[in-house]
Write a protein that binds this ligand. Structure first.
Ligand SMILES: Cc1ncc(COP(=O)(O)O)c(C=O)c1O
Length: 434
């Protein structure tokens, strides 16, 4: 079933080219304009329907336009859309986070994961009175200067030296970061011990992009940080309320000192949070911290009532019995179906991740750190993703996000599309007989 592009969508794409750099918002190539979404499906402006594994890059965990979220938002909008001051929904969302997330004794809202991570690193540095942050190569913590260190270096440097991912970042930031390899507990712990006197904090994605932590890795970070009193930050912007209701810290059984949350907790609206230990979070409280140690933190839309009520409604749906079982069952079926097809075809590709979030990595052998992901074949990835899109599967470049709204028919359709993509790959790349 070929996708068509109508005049209306083409005109919007042309306009986008005129007014947006690269014709896009920066997130995806500017070659599609989405008109609407419902449940696990989206439609482009030309009317093509897609099974949606992009999920708005993760927030739409219970599907687009869930009736409970729509009702909650519609109830709030006529009462006002932002106040700057405290509001009931924001306070209750903070309560839901404190109830669910093991490290969360206090919560501070911001509007994006980028902000949450930047503040988490700052509050850790302020708490410990040291300037450096250890992060992991390939770890994504948003777009701040500090986070754009060794996120995706084409030519990785020597550990622990940081490699900037963007021009425009002051040189000094590079010296403020220490880079360690993900999933290497011995090296990470030894870097933490060696730099303990300069470290303000350690930040990690407990599940880095697509890479599950090896058994013992997160605990090794926990132990090394505890030994020196260094705040350990889990970036749970993706994993929070996704891997389980209590996030990756519940799923993997390791509790950090601070975590950041985003995506799901805003129910499809801009909202994120820093959550953590009372003594660290009290630096955001002038009364407790005192003028010297108080950490200023203000945001126009922080705790926005529309976003907070959407987030609360989303969490309420996720608390219902069977919600995670359904999402995990859907994801498991997709992972094993796709993995089996790749294996049977003998392609150098494999499925990695966990049921709510996985993808195909176009490389053979063990892939458990950033450098191993560099072995992947980008041309093969592009070919597969293009076939998926052309056959009505919408996903990000390197992620399948599964939602509560995906049904058996979506799984069947997706597996058929993957099977056809595998066959096309074999046909295209088959070496002709001599
Ligand atoms: C692990 C992680 N941290 C932080 C962010 C940044 O969040 P935002 O895009 O809301 O700034 C993202 C976004 O995808 C993320 O995946």
């Amino acid at each position: 079933m070929a996708r068509t592009r109508g005049d209306e969508e083409q005109a919007l794409l042309d306009l986008a080219q005129r007014v947006l750099p690269a014709g896009s918002f920066g997130n995806l190539p500017g070659d599609i304009v989405i008109r609407e979404g419902k449940g696990a499906h989206v439609w482009d402006v030309s009317g093509n329907e897609y099974v949606d594994f992009l999920l708005g890059s993760g927030p739409m965990y219970i599907g687009h336009c869930h009736p409970d979220v729509v009702a909650a938002v519609q109830a709030q909008i006529p009462r006002g859309t932002t106040f700057f001051a405290n509001n009931e929904h924001g306070i209750k969302l903070a309560e839901a986070i404190v109830d669910a997330v093991a490290c969360a004794e206090k919560v501070r809202f911001v509007s994006s994961g980028t902000e949450a991570d930047a503040y988490a690193m700052r509050v850790a540095r302020a708490f410990r009175g040291r300037e450096k942050i250890l992060k992991f190569e390939g770890g994504y913590h948003g777009m701040s200067d500090y986070s754009l260190m060794s996120l995706a270096p084409k030519r990785p440097g020597n550990f622990p030296q940081a490699v900037p991912d963007s021009p425009g970042i002051p040189h000094s930031v590079r010296d403020a970061m220490i880079i360690a390899p993900f999933n290497d507990p011995v090296m990470a712990a030894s870097l933490i011990h060696e730099h303990a006197d300069e470290l303000g904090g350690v930040i990690v994605e407990p599940f880095q992009r697509l890479l599950p932590p090896k058994p013992g890795f997160l605990q090794a970070l926990r132990d090394a940080c505890t030994e020196h009193g260094i705040p350990l930050i889990f970036d749970e912007v993706v994993t929070g309320f996704r891997f389980s209701y209590g996030g990756a810290q519940e799923f993997y059984g390791v509790t950090p000192d601070l975590c950041t949350l985003g995506k799901i907790i805003g129910g499809g609206f801009p909202l994120a949070a820093i959550a953590g230990r009372e003594d660290i979070m009290s630096l955001f409280d002038r009364g407790k911290a005192g003028d010297e140690k108080f950490l200023t933190q203000i945001g126009t839309l922080s705790g926005n009532p529309v976003a907070a009520t959407a987030g609360l409604a989303t969490l309420e749906v996720l608390r219902r019995p069977g919600a995670y079982d359904k999402i995990f069952a859907t994801g498991r079926e997709l992972m094993s179906g796709i993995g089996g097809m790749l294996q049977k075809a003998g392609l150098p590709a494999q499925v990695i991740g966990v049921p709510p979030l996985f993808d195909i990595v176009y490389a053979a052998g063990d892939v458990s750190d950033y450098r191993a992901t560099l072995r992947a074949d980008p041309a093969m990835q592009r070919r597969f993703n293009a076939r998926f899109r052309a056959s009505g599967i919408l996903k990000g470049e390197s992620k399948f996000y599964v939602s509560l709204a995906h049904e058996a028919a979506d799984v069947r359709q997706t597996l058929d599309v993957v099977q056809a993509a595998v066959e096309a790959e074999l046909a295209e790349t088959r070496v002709p007989a001599q």
